[in-house]
Design a protein around this ligand. Structure first.
Ligand code: UT7
Length: 328
């Protein structure tokens, strides 16, 4: 059975500070030319020192609530997808519930799924809405600047900070989530990981001394291959599930990790570049915030119009992947 849920409001937020490829040239052995050619990224936003996850999440959430014409007190549940939470425990959703003045509602994080987290979260939300006709705030938020090594050129230049949000409900709004597909290959957990800080490798003096305590590590080439394969497969599967064809899709919104990955997915699907959404030049990879932020932005800049069928696809640490069909 396919369960549809409505999107009542979209929101997005990125911090003010622009960090360019030239800024990275000052810090690591890289060049603007290498970063642009290999990734398509020209700049990204970084949070100010006094900003943290709940700040970005709150800003995006307020934009989505405003479009929905709702207050925090009208929300029945909050799900936050993030791998970079406000604190280790409790979860970011608890801080957000308090800040938005929401009632004593369920609020919880979906963490650890990397960039696929927000699509997994809207899948959970639509199932919850089918059980109880409620309004759920679903946020994707990331401050990846806080978990990269600022010395490792292989990873640091790829990421940025930002947040995206939607308010979902049983009906109304401007869009409908028609269906979501998702999957996991845990045998590839090691290809993209921040392994210190959990119970296997606790955050202790040894971790601090070795300098390996707070850094995302990745096998770039393998992540690249898996990303293209899994996003393409997931996009095809969701299109089939909703009884559409690629020709019916007005816009594909892929996770923004590398312009070459976006191009390869387009090629694999046979979708021409102007139907593949890209904002990677301005923001880099903002993790679980990427897809909701892009949906918000694409509506604002007219790339998504009423009547459009949009397919969003993402991959992330896990190795996880997911895709959604959204009818505007
Ligand atoms: O949300 C998921 C996040 N991660 C991803 O999606 C990453 C997916 N992978 C990729 O996007 C690409 O694999 C990268 C952008 C990470 C790397 O691009 P690549 O074309 O696969 O390059 P490579 O790893 O094969 O490295 C080529 C060269 C190497 O030098 P040598 O061995 O040829 O001398 C690297 O050391 O480029 C070097 N290199 C750099 N040079 C300048 C790696 N990073 C940099 C850099 N600046 N920032």
């Amino acid at each position: 059975m396919s369960i549809t849920a409505a999107i009542l409001g979209f929101g997005g937020y990125v911090p003010e500070r622009v960090f360019t490829n030239r800024d990275w040239e000052e810090l690591v052995d890289t060049t603007d030319e290498w970063i642009v050619t290999r990734t398509g990224i020209r700049e990204r936003r970084f949070a100010a020192p006094d900003e943290a996850t709940a700040d970005l999440a709150e800003n995006a959430a307020r934009v989505a609530l405003e479009e929905a014409g709702l207050d925090g007190s009208d929300i029945d549940e909050i799900i936050v997808a993030t791998d970079t939470p406000e604190v280790y425990t409790p979860d970011t959703a608890a801080f957000l519930q308090d800040r938005l003045g929401a009632g004593s509602i369920p609020a919880y994080d979906l963490g650890g799924s990397g960039c696929a987290g927000w699509l997994q979260a809207i899948d959970v939300a639509r199932a919850r809405i089918a059980l109880h006709p409620e309004r759920i705030l679903v946020v994707g938020v990331e401050l990846i600047s806080r978990i990269i090594s600022w010395k490792e050129r292989e990873t640091c230049v790829l990421f940025g900070d930002g947040a995206g949000a939607v308010v979902m409900g049983p009906e109304g709004g401007t869009a409908k989530v028609l269906d979501v597909v998702a999957g996991t290959d845990g045998s590839k957990a090691g290809i993209l990981t921040l392994s210190t800080g959990g119970t296997r490798h606790p955050f202790n003096q040894e971790a601090v001394t070795s300098g390996a305590y707070n850094h995302l590590t990745m096998n770039g080439r393998e992540v690249f291959r898996e990303a293209v394969r899994r996003m393409s497969e997931a996009a095809r599967e969701i299109i089939e599930r909703v009884g559409a064809s690629l020709a019916d899709v007005a816009l594909v919104v892929p996770h923004q990790a590398n312009q070459r990955i976006i191009d390869a997915v387009g090629k694999e699907l046979g979708v021409e570049p102007d139907r593949m959404y890209s904002n990677i030049a301005s923001y880099g990879n903002i993790g679980s915030a990427t897809v909701p932020f892009a949906l918000w932005e694409a509506r604002r800049n007219g790339r998504i119009r009423p009547g459009d069928l949009v397919v969003a696809a993402a991959f992330g640490a896990g190795f996880h992947w997911a895709a959604a069909a959204v009818q505007f």
